[in-house]
Design a protein around this ligand. Structure first.
Ligand code: UDP
Length: 248
């Protein structure tokens, strides 16, 4: 109470599955609305909020490529999917009273602003929630890499990677009952042990630019706000070599 939030400018990475309906496909308006509610809770604290939306609930380029489609074409389709998600999230955010802009890496002027870095920064300064859509605009990348790139570009202090698990584990807890959650782990360890966090392109961009990531469970209501309040939620990945495991 009365203390200022621990960050001023954050980037939240939301996977397509967080917006998805049954079977992890399509868009569930209730889920999208409650997601926007969590964003509002932290935006109301005075934080500048940027969001990168994924598109896994629509199309994953890699999956289509495995079944015979040209990879680059499939990836462009995947990027288009992220724009649909961006518009859905924008709608849900605006219905809760936030001012927003969808900034697309693929020009589509009648539905979203083109991404221009300096304009994005200006929107943040004016307290608009910005939603980055269209990925990086390039095939063979992911929206995790988009999150790393945009966070560095617009000067965010941290990436909050919203997932359905409560952090990063030493092994898959479903397969290995002795798996422990990291409270803190380095980028290097995450890459070396191929921990299921983000792809290595995204991780190395963060490592090289000293951009910390916190992986947390967005499906628990109120978690985002708690994280901002400084509660020990999720796993912090940074350049610190100190590894801390959850002792519970
Ligand atoms: N994609 C791409 N370039 C990018 C970002 C995304 O080609 O810079 C494509 C890629 O095919 C990917 C799809 O868009 O599979 C959806 O993004 P992603 O898989 O990262 O979504 P998420 O897993 O976060 O829902």
């Amino acid at each position: 109470m009365g203390t200022s939030p621990r960050f001023k400018r954050i980037l939240i990475k939301i996977s397509g599955e967080a917006l998805a309906g049954e079977g992890e496909l399509g868009i569930d308006t209730n889920k999208t609305f409650s997601l926007a509610g969590q964003i509002k809770e932290v935006h109301d604290l005075g934080l500048e909020v940027a969001v990168v939306v994924g598109g896994g609930n629509m199309i994953r380029g890699e999956t289509l490529a495995k079944s015979g489609m040209d990879r680059a074409t499939a990836d462009y389709m995947g990027m288009l999917g992220t724009i649909m998600n961006g518009l859905a999230l924008q709608d849900a955010c605006e219905k809760q009273g936030m001012f927003t802009r969808v900034l697309s890496a693929i020009e589509m002027k009648s539905v979203a602003e083109p991404y221009i870095r300096r304009r994005a920064v200006r929107h943040l300064e004016k307290n608009r929630v910005i939603i980055f859509a269209g990925g990086t605009g390039n095939p063979y990348f992911t929206t995790d890499t988009t999150a790393s790139l945009r966070a560095v570009e617009v000067g965010c202090e941290v990436i909050l990677k919203a997932t359905k698990v409560d952090g990063v584990y030493t092994a898959d807890p479903k397969k290995d009952p002795s798996a422990k959650r990291y409270l803190q782990v380095s980028f290097m360890e995450s890459i070396k042990h191929r921990l299921k966090v983000m792809d290595s392109t995204a991780l190395s961009l963060c490592m090289d630019n000293n951009m910390p990531i916190i992986v947390f469970d967005i499906f628990k209501a109120g978690n985002l706000r708690k994280l901002i309040d400084g509660e020990p939620i999720g796993t912090l990945i940074s350049n610190s070599e100190e590894v801390i495991l959850d002792g519970r």
